[in-house]
Design a protein around this ligand. Structure first.
Ligand code: SF4
Ligand code: SF4
Length: 105
C-alpha cells in the first residue's frame, strides 16, 4: 500500500477511494438497517450515529437514518455490534440477493 502526501503532522489516515478496489465484493454478509428501530429515525434528528462513528471503512453516511454504502462495506459487522437498539442486522448475501429478486432462488 502506498502513502499519500496529505500534509498531516501526526500519523492518521484520510478518507479516499479504496486502493484495494470495491471491497464490498468480498462481503459474505451485509448490514441491513431497520429504520423503525433506529434512534435517529425515532428522534427525527442525527442522534446516536454510533454506526457511522465505528465503521472502519467509512461505509456509513450520517443521516436520519444513516445509510450503508455497500460498494466498500466488507461486512465486518461492527456497525451491528455497536448499535444500541439492534437496528442493524447482518444478513447473508445469499438471502439479500434472494430478497432483492422477490424471494426467488
Ligand atoms: S447505531 Fe443504530 S440506532 Fe444508532 S444511528 Fe446507527 S442504526 Fe441508528
Ligand atoms: S461497520 Fe463493517 S459491516 Fe458495518 S458498514 Fe462498516 S464495513 Fe460494513
Amino acid at each position: 500500500m502506498g502513502t499519500r502526501d496529505c500534509q498531516h503532522q501526526i500519523a492518521m489516515s484520510s478518507p479516499a477511494a479504496g486502493e484495494a478496489g470495491a471491497t464490498g465484493d468480498w462481503r459474505t454478509e451485509r448490514p441491513v438497517l431497520d429504520p423503525a428501530l433506529c434512534l435517529a429515525q425515532k428522534q427525527e434528528k442525527e442522534a446516536c450515529q454510533l454506526c457511522w462513528v465505528y465503521c472502519p471503512d467509512l461505509c456509513i453516511a450520517r443521516g436520519v437514518p444513516p445509510a450503508v454504502l455497500l460498494t466498500y462495506c466488507k461486512g465486518c459487522g461492527i456497525c451491528a455490534e455497536v448499535c444500541p437498539t439492534d437496528a442493524i442486522a447482518m444478513v447473508p448475501e445469499r438471502e439479500s440477493a434472494a430478497a432483492a429478486a422477490g424471494g426467488a432462488r
